[in-house]
Structure formats: C-alpha cells, structure tokens
Write a protein that binds this ligand. Structure first.
Ligand code: ADP
Ligand code: ZN
Ligand code: ZN
Length: 733
C-alpha cells in the first residue's frame, strides 16, 4: 500500500512541515521535490517524510499537485548534513533545503542538463577574419574571441558585448548560433596532465603523506605562509583522489580574485573542473551542480555556497584561506562554511584540509588541542626573503590626508627605485564625515544612526549603512553657515592627495566603489601586474589573493581603529591582514618592507606581530581570550532584533532574556548580556538591539536554544519585530 500523506518542507519562514495527501497516481520520494498549493500560491517543496497518518483531518488536507523528482536530490550524507545545518543554525528546514538548490531547481525545473546557447564562426566569417573589421571595434572583438573556438552566450555577457553586436554579425552570416546540450564527460585514464611540477620539499612531502596515508575522516590544518607551496600540496592531495575515481571540492573565499589558482587546477588535471560562483546564470549553475552529482566533473572549485553541492563520490574537501570572514554567511542560514565543511567531511568519512597562512584562532586552538592534525610549511618556495616590518609612531606628527612625512619620504624612495607601493586604508569615499566649522554640526543620515560619507567624485553624500545618497550640501543645517569641512580620510581623498604629492607616478584605487562594474577588478589587477600603476590604494579587498612581486613597500595607514575596537575579533583580523600583505610583497631579488602607522607603537599585539610572528601573536591573543572567556573558550549566539519603535525591540529582547534565564538549561553555566543597542543603533529607519548569549559548550547552547526557541516564537512581540539568531557570530555589529 502506498503512503497517504507527504510531509513537505516549504521555503517559508515557519519552523514546521506541511501535510498533503498523495493522489493515487503520484509517487513522491523522500528528498525529492513536489509542487503543492499553499494559500493562493504554488510552491516547490521537499518531501521529508511519507506517512499514513496526519494529525489533521483528511478533509482539511489538500492533495499535492505534482511530483518533480523520482529520486532524492541529495545523496544521503549531504541530506543529513542539510538537516543538521537547519537544526544547528536554528533556521527553518524548508528554507535551508531550498537555499541549497540551484535556483532553476528551486523554481521547479527538471533536474537534468540544460541547453546552453553557443556561438561559432561560419565559413564566410573565417574569410572576414582575414580581412579585418575596420572601425567596428565591438564586432572585431567578438570575432577575435570566437577565432579560437565556439563560446557560450555567457562569455559575451561577461565580456560586456551587447546582444545587438551578435545579431549584426549573425545577420551578416559571419557567426551562427546553436543550442548545445552539455554531455556527461567520461574521465580519461590518466587524470594528471603532462606538465612540469616542482620537486616537493621535505615539509610538503610530509604534509602530503600524512593526509594521503588515510582515506577516512580526519581534519588537517595546513599552516604555511604565502608562497610556501600550499596550493602545490592541494594538487598532490587531489591526484590520488581522482585516480581512485573520487572527486574533490575546493572552497575559496572569492572566485574573482583567484583566476591564477583556478588555472593551475585546470592545467594540472585532465578531468573537468567546474567553477561555481555568484556570477553564474541559472543554467550554468544547474549544469555545474549536475556535473558534480553525476560525476562528470572531477573537481569543483567554489565559494561558500559550493559546499552544498552534491557529489557522486566525494573524496576530499579543501578549504583555502580558511580564516577568511566570507565563509560565514551573514543572513538567512547563518552558517560557517569552514565549520560545516568539517562536519560534511565527518559525515562522508573523508579528509578535510584547512589551509591558511594565518589560521583563525578557533582553528589553531583545535589544532593545539589535538582535535585537528597540524601540518606546517615554513619555507617560502623560490627563496623569497621575509619583509622588514616597522611601526611608525605618528603621535604628534602632521598627517596629510592620512600620510605622515616619514611615510611620504619612504614612498618616494621606493618609487624612485622603480618599484610599486601599496597603501591600505579601510575606509572608502572621500571622507567619513562632513562637519560645520562654525558650530560642529555633522551631516547625518536621516534613516540611520550614522554619519554620511562624503564622495567627491560623484559630489554626493552617502550612507554606507543603508545605501541612501543625496547631492552634497553646502550649508549647515544647524546654524546656516556655509563653512563646511571634511573630517577624516577615505581612499578617494588619499587618491587625490597622492596625485598632488606624486604627480609623476600613476595611482590606482581598488575598493568597492571603483570596482563596481563587472570585470573591472580583473582589469585593474591585470594592469597593476603589467606595471601601469606605481601606487596602489585599497581597502582590505586589495589584500586578498593577489601577488604583486613589484610591490616593495606596503603601508597600513591606520591600525589604531583595530587595536581599540569593540569587536573582540578586530585585532585578529588586523594581524591576518598584516601577515597576508607582508606575504605578498617583494620577491627574492627585491625584499619588501611593511610599515604600520600608529599612535600606539608599544601595543603588545603590534610588538608580538613585529618582533615575532603570527603564531606568537595567536598564542598571546588566545590567552587573552581565555581570560575573558571568549571564543574558542566559550560559545556565543547573537540575538538581533529591529523594528520601527525602539521600545518594542528592547522589550522583545528583554522577554527573550527572561525566557532564557528561566529555562532549566540556563543553570549549566550560561550567561546573557544585554539587551543593548546595536553598534549601528538605527539603520534604514529601523531601531536595532541585540542580546548576546554565552555558554561553556556547544551542546549546552544547542539544548538551551532548542528548548527556548518555541517559547520565544510565541512571545507577544515576536511577530511585531524582525528578529534572528546568529549561532557563533563572526561579526558582532
Ligand atoms: P601558496 O599556495 O602557499 O601561496 P603555491 O603553491 O602557490 O604557494 O607556491 C608558490 C610558488 O612556488 C608557485 O609558483 C609554485 O609553483 C612554487 N612552488 C611550490 N612548491 C615548490 C617546490 N617544492 N619547489 C619549487 N617551487 C615550488
Ligand atoms: Zn543610512
Ligand atoms: Zn553650523
């Protein structure tokens, strides 16, 4: 007898399953999709259970509309992992499962390879290629792109070619369009390509042998400075995995920043390598997902969300730059991809490798306590020399747009020698505030508890919290004076100042404002590598993943903000930034120099970093965390709430606090802090408060949240405010 009821998880923000009756001819499967009526809509959901009983009367239930899959979408271990994520991160199961799917499947499309549109040069097009295209620059560009073989429609979208150019060329008969259904690839016998490989050093060999000696679950921290050959280790770990017919998953913080790394994987192996990132369209994403699931692809390289890709036979997971903050999702399912990767490896019973030059303190702690194996690479391949580092005491010095005279002199020295100089300032815009010189009034966003940032190039003031913007104002709204001055320095101002100080050298700014256009970051990085610019100005963005061998001087203009931040992770991030940039400057023949401008040269953290190394810094930071009972010596959950009225939000979190405090689990060493206004107390017109819960163990946190959550959901204000729980938050704002 077939079951009568399907229990379905739907993408709605409700913590429950929905029962539907199963029509006689339908055969739903657990882990497969169905479409169902929901109010007046039709939704796509996942069948979680099949049953003969429902707690609702039969006449209250509706039949499901359609069965969309005859088989489960996820292999069993991944399906279990997704259910675990929903539970652990306290996020509804329906939303969790739905978010783990490519959007084409979320919309109900068939789980099979989708056709992509491809263009190619025709015979008459080939003739035309010889003759050239005169002044038709865009047409020439397309023809050149196609000269080496057919390309998908997406390639032209990426290259910012308008579809009218394609149409013109196809009307002329020079190019033609086809629909192509991707084929499932069969792997060649020889998985490794014939390429030159470096001879491994001792440490690399040890690291590779340790991981390869075992096929079962094990977590490895691979700690090695930039250029010490971590990627080479990854490649050597993947090879035997592919040889035994298994697949590899490689997570990276940001795809756009790592084209060279991706090419190394593609060149090294003959099996298909799929790259999964936010720039893919629906079809490409679906195809990549299927390529992993059907074992067409051998390697999947992707950002955070690629962790949820199903594999036919996964053999290893690698998380590169495991300390990177982008692995934590900041909304909806607030998971940490590095932590979940370890969980996934555990469930699939395979090794997982976490690589970094600057491991997160949590990870280091796990390695030190023996939970993870600790592998280290200490030698930089190619004999690059370590940088010389120094703090520059700027107490009492005049700062010209953030630059002290000794720094300017040092810059000149490096520039005259024909090298590149890189400056970091983690504030974009021209200046972070616009103030009245007469009365001190400061232009503030009406919707946020924040100042407007002045942007000179667009002549606007913008709020970096809600995104609102308006033309720059010329009169004080307090006293009417027209004497407005800018306060503080952003990257845009620094750029203007450098043009003035060093007119003979070209400067380029890399931040979110200057790289908004798709592909503009890649273009900028390329021209830096070609040496078209001598001065590079950037926010943190510039530090990730690039190697600039001609940069011999790196300066962090303002480190004091990180030393004295209210976020306990700020100093860890500063240390990581410092090591990352130091690791990327200079090369064997040209040693690099790193300068930190600070008012607090005696600060113990700076001393540990400069005099010793990251490990020493980490050890002293860990002992501070231990004293303060901060992670990894405790576990945190951040409740956040917002609404139009401040009192409503505060009341709600007060009730949450009471709910937690009267819970029997709370006595097992739990603490709660708050409610307090969030660091940005008002954003986009909403008042924001937060409440921090601390426990001594993960299981206690889980028990407390699981038992308190149903009560919290029933609180009178729970429906009047927008609230969320962030388990193990990375960002306390
Ligand atoms: P990381 O990933 O730690 O930054 P890479 O693996 O990219 O380091 O190695 C940095 C450079 O050194 C690359 O050009 C790589 O080909 C080279 N390399 C790696 N291992 C060795 C080795 N054992 N001998 C010589 N060169 C090596
Ligand atoms: Zn605002
Ligand atoms: Zn004024």
């Amino acid at each position: 007898m077939q079951p009568a009821i399907a229990r379905v998880a739907l993408p709605v923000p409700l913590d429950k399953l929905f029962d539907y009756t199963i029509p006689a001819t339908a055969k739903p499967v657990v882990g497969g999709r169905v479409s169902v009526p929901f109010g007046r809509q039709t939704l796509v959901g996942i069948v979680v259970e099949l049953s003969d009983h429902s707690s609702f009367a039969a006449n209250q239930l509706k039949p499901l509309y359609q069965v969309l899959d005859n088989a489960p979408l996820w292999p069993e271990p991944l399906y279990k992992l997704l259910r675990w994520c929903s539970q652990y991160y306290q996020y509804p199961l329906g939303d969790t499962l739905s978010n783990a799917l490519p959007s084409a499947l979320r919309k109900g499309k068939a789980a099979e390879w989708a056709s992509v549109i491809e263009w190619q040069v025709t015979e008459s097009g080939k003739n035309q290629l010889m003759q050239g295209f005169g002044r038709a620059v865009q047409q020439a560009k397309v023809m050149q792109m196609l000269a080496s073989g057919p390309l998908t429609q997406q390639a032209f979208i990426d290259a910012e070619v308008s579809s009218s150019v394609l149409k013109t060329l196809s009307d002329k008969g020079w190019i033609s369009r086809h629909e192509k259904k991707p084929q499932r690839a069969v792997w060649p016998v020889e998985v490794e390509a014939q390429v030159e490989k470096p001879k491994l050093n001792q440490e690399q060999a040890v690291a590779i042998a340790s991981v390869n000696s075992q096929r079962e679950f094990g977590c490895y921290l691979l700690e090695g400075v930039t250029g010490s050959g971590k990627t080479e280790v990854y490649l050597n770990l993947i090879k035997p995995v592919l040889e035994r017919g298994q697949q590899a998953l490689v997570l990276v913080p940001e795809i756009g920043l790592t084209p060279q790394t991706i090419n190394r994987f593609k060149k090294r192996f003959t099996v298909p390598v799929e790259v999964v990132h936010s720039g893919l369209n629906d079809t490409e994403r679906l195809n990549a997902w299927l390529a992993a699931k059907d074992k067409s692809a051998g390697i999947i390289i992707g950002t955070r969300s690629a962790l949820m890709t199903p594999f036919a036979n996964l053999g290893i997971i690698i998380v590169d730059e495991e300390h990177d903050a982008s692995y934590k999702q900041q909304d909806s399912l607030r998971y940490h991809a590095r932590d979940v990767a370890v969980m996934r490896a555990n469930q699939e019973n395979i090794p997982v490798v976490l690589g970094s030059a600057t491991p997160a303190l949590e990870t280091l702690y796990n390695a030190q306590s023996g939970k993870y194996h600790h592998l280290t690479l200490t030698q930089r391949a190619g004999n690059a020399l370590p940088t010389t580092n120094k703090v520059l005491d700027i107490k009492g010095l005049y700062l010209d747009s953030g630059l002290s005279a000794p720094l300017i002199a040092e810059m000149r020295r490096h520039l005259v020698a024909g090298n590149q100089v890189m400056l970091f300032l983690n504030r974009r815009g021209f200046s972070p505030a616009l103030m009245c010189h007469e009365c001190g009034w400061i232009a503030e966003c009406q919707r946020c508890d924040a100042y407007y940032t002045y942007h000179h190039a667009s002549n606007e003031i913008r709020c970096h919290h809600c995104g609102s913007q308006q033309p720059v104002i010329h009169q004080c709204q307090g006293c009417g004076s027209t004497h407005l001055v800018t306060v503080g320095v952003g990257t845009e101002q620094l750029e203007a100042k450098l043009a003035e100080l060093f007119p003979e050298y070209k400067a380029i700014r890399i931040d979110r404002d200057s790289t908004r256009r798709k592909g503009s970051l890649e273009t900028a990085l390329e021209s830096i590598r070609k040496g078209e610019y001598q001065i590079l100005i950037g926010t943190q963005m510039l530090a990730k993943g690039h190697h600039f061998p001609d940069v011999t001087l790196v300066a962090l203009l303002d480190v004091d903000g990180s030393l004295y931040s209210s976020d306990f992770r700020a100093s860890e991030r500063l240390a990581q930034l410092f090591i990352q940039v130091a690791g990327r400057a200079g090369r064997a023949s040209k040693p690099g120099e790193v300068i930190l401008q600070t008012h607090h040269p005696e600060h113990s953290l700076l001393q540990a970093l400069l005099e010793k190394d990251y490990r020493h810094f980490a050890e002293s930071a860990l002992s501070e965390r231990k004293v303060a009972a901060l992670p990894p010596f405790s576990y945190l959950t951040l409740f956040k709430a917002e609404a139009n009225q401040s009192a409503l939000v505060e009341d709600f979190l007060r009730q949450v606090r009471q709910t937690l405090e009267i819970n029997p689990v709370f006595e097992q060493g739990c603490m709660v802090l708050g409610p307090t206004p969030s660091p940005v107390a008002k954003r986009a017109g909403k008042y924001r408060w937060q409440l921090l819960v601390q426990t001594q163990s993960r299981p206690v946190m889980q028990k407390l949240l699981n038992s308190a959550k149903p009560v919290i959901q029933m609180l009178p204000n729970a429906k009047k405010v927008r609230w969320s729980m962030d388990i193990e938050p990375q960002d306390l704002s």
